[in-house]
Ligand binder design. Structure first.
Ligand SMILES: *Cc1c(COP(=O)(O)O)cnc(C)c1O
Length: 437
C-alpha cells in the first residue's frame, strides 16, 4: 500500500492522471514534474495571486528561478500559505530583489579560494567539491544564489576529473565534502564513479555528501542508491532540515535507509526569519532529527548573499536559541551555531558566555539555570614547555598518522614552541612606519 496524503493524491491527479499512483514515489517522475512557473503552482494548489502580486513574483522569478518538487509542494499548508515555512523556502518573494549594499554575490569568496574546477580549498585538511550544478528544489535562501538559474548542468567527467586530480595531488586533504547543487542529482552510476575515484586516493580518509534530497525529494534515497553508497565507507551525509514540518513519513523512511546503511547522518539548518527563528521550533526540529538518527551539526547564521535580506535575523536570535538548547536538552540534540565569515574566513562558532570571571585560583562559571559556580583550579600542575619534540615527551604518542602541523592563529600565540607574540593585520600603519614603508 502506498501512503499518500489527500493533497498528494490531488496534486498527482492534476499532473498526470494516466500514470499509476506508484509513480509519485519515483524520483525521476518527481523531477520531470518539477514546478517551474507560477501558473502551474497556482493550478496544482488551487490558489490564485492578485495581479499586482503576481507581476512582482514573476519579476523575482525571472532573476532567481523557481523549481519545486511535487512532493515538497505537497507539504505547503494552503490555509496559512503566507506564513508557511515550506512555502517561504520554496516560493519567490519580491523582497529577494531588494538587495542592500552589504550583500554580495559570493559572500564566502568560494570562487576566489578555488584552485581547481569546483574545488574550494579553505581549511588546511579538507575541501569542498561542487560536483553538480542542479537541485531538485531551489531554496530561496540558497547561499549560492548567484549560480541558481545558470544553465542547469552536471559537470562532465573531464571537469570532475580535474577536481579529483587536485585532491590526489594534495596530500593534506584528508576529508572531501561533495556538494553543489545537490550531488544526489547525479545518477547512481556517475556518483559511483566519482566515489570510486576518490576512494582510490590513499590520503583521503573521509568522504561526505551534502544533500537536501531527504527533505525535498526523499524518494531519491532508493535501495539501489544506498547499496552503492555503502561500498564507499567511511561515508558521511549531511542534510538540511529547517523546520519540524519537513520531517514526514517519507523523509523518515529515507533517513532510516541511510542510517541502516551505516552512514552517519548530520543536519545543517539555516536560521531563517519567518521560518524557524524561534527556540521552540528549533528545539522541536532537533528532537525530531535525533529520533530519526540524525545528529544536529550546524545551525548557520544566514549568509550575506544577494536577495536574502528578508531572511536574516540578528546574531542575537541565534545566541538566544542556543541558550534555550544548551543544558535544556540532550547534548547531541544541539548543533554548533556558526557564522560563516564574509570574505572566506570560514565558519566561526558563536556561543553564549559561560565564563563569568577568573583568578589564578578559581574560575567562575554560570550554568544554563543561571546558577553561578566556582571551579577551583588545581593547586599544582606540572607546567611543561612544549618544544614539539614528541619522542622526548612524557606523554605517549605512538600513533602513526598523528600528523604534524603548523600552529596558526590564536593557537600559534598559545604554542610554547612558536616565537610569535602577536598577530598583526598586514595593513597596520604603525608597523608599516617601523618598516619605513
Ligand atoms: C563548511 C566548509 C567545509 C567543511 O567544514 P566543517 O567545519 O569541517 O564541516 C569545508 N570547506 C568549505 C569551503 C566549507 O565552507
Amino acid at each position: 500500500m502506498i501512503h499518500l496524503t489527500k493533497r498528494q493524491k490531488d496534486i498527482f491527479g492534476k499532473i498526470d492522471d494516466s500514470a499509476g499512483i506508484s509513480q509519485w514515489r519515483d524520483w525521476k517522475w518527481q523531477l520531470r514534474h518539477q514546478i517551474r512557473d507560477i501558473e502551474t503552482f497556482e493550478n496544482l494548489l488551487g490558489v490564485e495571486f492578485e495581479p499586482d502580486e503576481r507581476r512582482q513574483i514573476e519579476e523575482t522569478a525571472a532573476r532567481f528561478p523557481i523549481a519545486i518538487t511535487p512532493y515538497y509542494l505537497s507539504l505547503i499548508d494552503i490555509e496559512e500559505m503566507q506564513n508557511d515555512p515550506v512555502f517561504k523556502q520554496a516560493f519567490p518573494m519580491p523582497y529577494e530583489l531588494d538587495t542592500c549594499t552589504s550583500e554580495m554575490a559570493d559572500p564566502l569568496s568560494e570562487d576566489k579560494d578555488s584552485p581547481a574546477p569546483g574545488i574550494t580549498h579553505r581549511y588546511p585538511d579538507r575541501v569542498l567539491f561542487l560536483v553538480s550544478n542542479i537541485c531538485s528544489m531551489y531554496c530561496r535562501h540558497c547561499t549560492r544564489k548567484r549560480r541558481v538559474g545558470d544553465v542547469d548542468f552536471i559537470p562532465d567527467k573531464e571537469t570532475i576529473q580535474a577536481g579529483i586530480d587536485y585532491i590526489r595531488n594534495t596530500p593534506r586533504v584528508r576529508d572531501v565534502l561533495l556538494s553543489g547543487g545537490d550531488p544526489l542529482m547525479l545518477s547512481d552510476e556517475y556518483l559511483d564513479w566519482i566515489l570510486t575515484e576518490l576512494r582510490s586516493i590513499e590520503h583521503l580518509e573521509i568522504i561526505r555528501i551534502g544533500s537536501r534530497m531527504p527533505v525535498v525529494l526523499p524518494y531519491r534515497i532508493t535501495d539501489n542508491l544506498v547499496q552503492m553508497l555503502k561500498k564507499h565507507h567511511p561515508l558521511w551525509l549531511n542534510t538540511h532540515f529547517n523546520h519540524p514540518r519537513e520531517i514526514t513519513r517519507s523523509s523518515s523512511e529515507a533517513l532510516a535507509k541511510l542510517a541502516d546503511a551505516g552512514i552517519p547522518l548530520g543536519n545543517q539548518s539555516v536560521l531563517l526569519a519567518g521560518v524557524n527563528d524561534c527556540p521552540r521550533i528549533i528545539k522541536s526540529l532537533m528532537h525530531k532529527l535525533v529520533i530519526n538518527r540524525v545528529r544536529p551539526y550546524y545551525l548557520y547564521q544566514c549568509d550575506l548573499s544577494e536577495g536574502l535580506a528578508h531572511f536574516r535575523t540578528p546574531i542575537g536570535k541565534g545566541i538566544e536559541i542556543m541558550e534555550s538548547l544548551i543544558g535544556h536538552t540532550s547534548g547531541f540534540a544541539r548543533p554548533t551555531y556558526v557564522v560563516d565569515a564574509p570574505g572566506g574566513g570560514g565558519k566561526i562558532p558563536v556561543l553564549p558566555n559561560y565564563i563569568v570571571s577568573w583568578s589564578t585560583n578559581k574560575v567562575i562559571l554560570r550554568n544554563f539555570e543561571g546558577v553561578i559556580t566556582t571551579y577551583q583550579e588545581p593547586d599544582s600542575y606540572a607546567k611543561y614547555f612544549c618544544d614539539r619534540n614528541c619522542p622526548n615527551c612524557h606523554l605517549t604518542l605512538k600513533l602513526e598518522g598523528a600528523d604534524e602541523w603548523k600552529a596558526v592563529g590564536i593557537h600559534k600565540l598559545l604554542a610554547d614552541y612558536d616565537k610569535a607574540i602577536s598577530l598583526v593585520p598586514a595593513s597596520n600603519e604603525r608597523h608599516q612606519r617601523r618598516n619605513g614603508q
